[in-house]
Ligand binder design. Structure first.
Ligand code: HEM
Length: 496
């Protein structure tokens, strides 16, 4: 057997081969080059770009970069080009003024993995196309509370699930508890009833299994390095394999529900969203396959319950930390609703202080500091800089929400910033767009706002939330991940 010594390796011929190998490797893996006049930005490291500077909380790195480079900057992430917008004005230029160009979705491997290869069958991860538009139109109609039948359905579902939440909170008997689980359970069932008429039972084995699968799937899907280096999927298999398994479990779960619905469908009386889609399928109004239906359901479920839960968990924490706001809210509830009946979505228009508080909770809680990605479907410009086709757009909501020009004293939790001198809510989402805008605006916005309103109004009608005895402050900090929660805390719910 030949012995390979250092001297052999250093031979000129071998050195030339190694150099050639490195050059070809770099050429294949080099970041995409920007043409023209790109937005300024960090040059990053060779091959990987700025990938390893992002960490688990990219918004922290983005905030630093925006201080150096301004309201729009560019990055290379592995082989992908990225622009990051940091002001409301730049965001508006991208998703409203040039919304048709910034409405696409990048072809990321994590999207494929998270949809079992069916990225284009759903709505959230699908590229902009006529079919995506048609599906999202059906989703918007089904979630639009301006349609009386839809509003009636919402009220019934939300009211019955919120009544169960009151029982769950009361069962803590004023002892310290972490409200995350009971709140999540409530929203899972509200969304579940709306989508497939299924409710889990509290502390039921099936729920725990479902919730654990879901949580792990979200965790794995958030940080897949293969998005920036697709070729790594061939090497890093453990996480990719695990995610694939979890997604397959979810797909099978949806398929089973779809089949059960098909067997018992009554076309004249749709029970839920699956029935609604099955009727569209059978009448040919929307050419959707079973896979399409399952993917749309999965998108709505994923986008729906986690966001509403995180906002409400932040809300309770902020109300404990701001007891004066909590008192004002209770006074509004007592005034408008009293104690003889439960608040419902119909009370929303008469409760501007709660409405304003919910916007402020969303701004300060900031559950989605970097919301979903978008990409450009053609060459364009942003703030006068060139942005080529297939560039990924990232929105730095964390920075936009803390802009002191639009939100004076931005760190302060102050619902009155959304009220005019007559106590009327004024253009609350105008300087921030927490539900996105344009072609891909969140179709669940009204539904989420109604559900969160009802949950918080009912909780505050019945309970006062406060620090447990002997505790002087709640822990500070937030979790990592795409949807961010406060670090877990315990409070008490005292019956009023
Ligand atoms: C507080 C709760 C929620 C927040 C903060 C939120 C926020 C967002 C944001 C920022 C987007 C991206 C918009 C864009 O790119 O322009 C989005 C998209 C989406 N949201 Fe929501 N959302 C919430 C609740 C819901 C609910 C309850 C549902 C459904 C039941 C839902 C379904 C969707 C879907 C399907 C999309 C993708 C739309 C598309 O790509 O065309 N969301 N949401």
């Amino acid at each position: 057997m030949a012995v390979v010594t250092v001297a052999t390796w250093l031979a000129p011929m071998n050195l030339a081969i190694v150099a050639l190998f490195l050059f070809v490797g770099y050429w294949l893996l080099r970041p995409n080059r920007w043409r023209g006049n790109p937005p300024p930005g960090p040059s990053g490291w060779p091959v990987v770009g700025s990938m390893f500077q992002l960490g688990n909380r990219p918004e922290i790195f983005f905030n630093k970069m925006s201080e150096r480079y301004g309201d729009v900057f560019s990055l290379n992430m592995g082989q992908k080009r990225v622009v990051v917008v940091n002001t409301y004005e730049t965001l508006a230029e991208a998703i409203i003024e040039k919304g048709h160009i910034f409405a696409d979705q990048p072809d990321l491997l994590s999207f494929k993995l998270d949809t079992a290869g069916n990225q284009h069958h759903g709505v959230s991860f699908a590229r902009a196309s006529d079919m995506q538009r048609k599906k999202i139109k059906v989703v918007r109609a089904a979630l639009n509370p301006a349609i009386p039948e839809v509003a009636e359905k919402f009220n019934t579902i939300i009211a019955s699930e919120v009544a169960l939440l009151m029982q769950d909170v009361a069962s803590e008997h004023g002892k310290p508890f972490d409200p995350h689980h009971v709140i999540e359970f409530c929203y899972v069932n509200i969304i579940g009833m709306l989508l497939y008429g299924k409710i889990f039972q509290q502390r039921d084995e099936e729920y725990f299994k479902w919730a654990a699968t879901f949580a792990r799937r979200l965790e794995l899907g958030s940080y897949l390095i293969v998005d920036w280096f697709p070729w790594l999927a061939y090497i890093t298999s453990a996480e990719v394999k695990e995610l694939k398994g979890l997604v397959e479990t979810m797909v099978a779960w949806h398929m089973k529900l779809l089949e059960e619905h098909r067997q018992t469908l009554n076309e004249s009386s749709p029970r839920d969203f699956i029935d609604h889609l099955l009727i569209q399928q059978q009448t040919g109004k929307l050419m959707v396959s079973d896979t399409d239906i399952c993917c749309v359901l999965d998108d709505l479920q994923t986008a729906g319950f986690d966001t509403a839960t995180a906002n409400t968990v932040w809300g309770i924490q902020l109300l404990v930390q701001n007891p004066d706001v909590q008192k004002k809210l209770q006074a509004e509830i007592d005034d408008v609703v009293g104690s003889g009946r439960a608040p419902t979505t119909k009370d929303r228009r008469n409760m501007p202080y709660l409405e304003a508080t919910l916007w402020e909770i969303q701004r300060v809680g900031m559950i989605l500091p970097i919301p979903g990605l978008r990409s450009t479907s053609s060459d364009t410009t942003l703030r006068g800089f060139d942005v080529p086709k297939d560039t990924i757009l990232l929105i730095n909501h964390a920075k936009i929400a803390m802009n002191p020009i639009n939100f004076p004293q931005p760190q302060k939790f102050d619902p009155s910033r959304y009220l005019d001198e007559n106590g009327v809510v004024v253009a609350p989402d105008k300087k921030i767009m927490l539900f996105g805008n344009g072609f891909r605006k969140c179709p669940g916005m009204q539904f989420a706002r109604e559900a969160m309103f009802t949950v918080v109004a009912n909780l505050l009608q019945r309970f006062t939330f406060q620090l447990p005895e002997g505790v002087t402050a709640l822990p500070v900090g937030r979790t990592d991940g795409h949807v961010q929660y406060p670090v877990s805390y315990k409070i008490t719910a005292i019956l009023r």
